[in-house]
Ligand binder design. Structure first.
Ligand SMILES: NC(=O)C1=CN([C@@H]2O[C@H](COP(=O)(O)OP(=O)(O)OC[C@H]3O[C@@H](n4cnc5c(N)ncnc54)[C@H](O)[C@@H]3O)[C@@H](O)[C@H]2O)C=CC1
Ligand SMILES: N[C@@H](CC=O)C(=O)O
Ligand code: NA
Length: 433
């Protein structure tokens, strides 16, 4: 059979890993795909010292590959929005299939890209875009296709999890661990995407679309990063039996779909609480199967390349199939996507960890508990920390409540004269059905 001819655009962390895996495992890959997958051209601004590209002329213009009639598949690994979008759209217009690891591109422009791909009868595959090497897209899209997905929750940013793990376990400084994550090739070109939760929100947007069959709606999700988590909160949470993890959470409720990324207290005994370093994990709850968990490396050169190459093998296998028998990109048929709304964060429901700084005076806590009670918020635990100061940290854990009610309560608590500064709040999730 004729080989599949591939143009690799971007030879950085993921591009380099993809090139090396394709070369090293060429025999296995051909046996699986039924035909050889041949790198025909490479375009990248920078060379990659980890790759032996002798025999290839490194080109600089990625767009030339998208127009090259010799190439069947464009592998987009340059990242970012603008050039990447032009590259992918040009490749599609020229009848080429596309494999990408670019979650930002898919989350923000995916609806338009998939529509264009449908018109041209080509495939856009993106397994590497979510949770790196974990085959989570394939698992939800194909393995769980019988289920109504109720909710999913995951650690879906390797850099953030690496930073939080190193800080908690070794007391290392945030900036020091971030620099190491960058050196290891885990971080985004702009690491605020990792630290402020934007990268995780891109991935959650994609997961929710595949899980529930809704269009990609990145702009409707709620995004909060890890930069404001303090060592005190990490320690207090641990003392109460919880661990703070940066999670993407999406629930299908009767009102609509929750789509939120934020630090979350989860019980220390759960599997997700024990996912450390660059590892990712996604917990998916389906009505038929119950809970399933997917664990593995969320970033890194060859770990991510594993997903890119798997997509290339899928593309190679479907070259001779008719277009109707292809798996739709968002798991549901394109004319069967649902209009169920993504809920504003004020309408989502969580438990809460609250930390307040109170003047040590009788009656202060009574005022706080009265405000919570008036909003229908049940308190599960109150801990007043020992201190010699005139002000004491007070930690409260609440039961689940609509975020709108918690916002109102916090506003009233912050207005009390004996409460100093802002109330710190971190959502709690018990990861239960
Ligand atoms: N690094 C990781 O562990 C993971 C990265 N990704 C995604 O994979 C994509 C690539 O990420 P990395 O490999 O980490 O980035 P990188 O910065 O290591 O590599 C990007 C490569 O693209 C080249 N490039 C950038 N713009 C170009 C342009 N206009 N023309 C020609 N070449 C250009 C650069 O020279 C570089 O070689 C991104 O979308 C990223 O979000 C996805 C999963 C994991
Ligand atoms: N920067 C991302 C890379 C993989 O998607 C991460 O750290 O998870
Ligand atoms: Na993946």
């Amino acid at each position: 059979m004729k080989p599949v001819k591939v143009g690799i655009c971007g030879l950085g962390t993921v591009g380099g890993g993809t090139f090396n895996v394709l070369m090293r495992n060429a025999g296995e890959i051909t046996r699986r795909a039924g035909r050889a997958i041949e790198v025909t051209a490479i375009a990248s601004r920078h060379e990659n010292p980890a790759c032996d590209t002798s025999g290839f002329t490194l080109q600089s213009d990625v767009m030339a590959l998208a127009r090259d009639p010799e190439i069947d598949v464009i592998v987009e690994l340059i990242g970012g929005y603008d050039v990447a979008k032009e590259l992918v759209m040009t490749a599609i217009q020229h009848g080429k299939h596309v494999v990408t690891a670019n979650k930002a591109l898919i989350a923000v422009h995916g609806n338009e890209i998939f529509a264009a791909a449908r018109e041209q009868n080509v495939v856009v595959a993106f397994e590497a875009a979510v949770a790196g090497g974990i085959p989570i897209i394939k698992a939800i899209r194909e393995g769980l296709a019988a289920n109504r997905i109720n909710w999913l929750a995951g650690i879906i940013n390797g850099t953030g999890n690496f930073i939080m793990t190193e800080m908690r376990e070794k007391g290392r400084a945030f900036s020091d661990v971030l620099a190491e994550a960058q050196a290891l090739g885990y971080a985004e070109a702009d690491p605020t995407f990792d630290v402020e939760g934007i990268d995780a929100a891109h991935k959650l947007t994609i997961l929710a679309s595949i899980a529930y069959g809704i269009p990609l709606q990145f702009e409707k999700g709620y995004t909060e990063g890890i930069s404001k988590i303090t060592p005190d909160d990490v320690q207090y949470a641990e003392e109460l039996g919880y661990r703070i993890k940066h999670l993407g959470i999406s629930r299908h409720t009767d009102q609509g779909i929750e789509l939120r990324v934020h630090p979350t207290l989860i019980p220390k005994s759960t599997l997700l609480a024990n996912v450390n370093g660059v590892m990712n994990a996604v917990l998916v709850s389906g009505d038929a199967v119950g809970q399933t968990l997917y664990y593995g490396p969320g970033a890194g050169s060859e770990a991510t390349a594993s997903a890119v190459v798997a997509d290339l093998i899928d593309v190679a296998r479907l070259l001779d199939t008719d277009t109707h028998s292809r798996v739709p990109p968002l798991a549901f048929q394109s004319d069967e996507l649902s209009a169920v709304p993504v809920l504003p964060v004020e309408q989502t429901v969580s438990g809460y960890y609250l930390r307040l700084q109170a003047v040590e005076r009788p009656g202060v806590l009574a005022h706080v508990t009265r405000i919570l009670g008036e909003k229908g918020i049940n308190i599960e635990a109150i801990v007043q920390k020992e201190t010699r100061e005139a002000q004491v940290p007070v930690i409260m854990l609440t039961q689940r409540v609509e975020e709108r009610m918690m916002n109102e309560a916090i506003r009233e608590i912050e207005a009390l004269p004996d409460i100093l500064g802002d109330v710190i709040r971190i959502r709690i999730d018990h990861l239960e059905d």
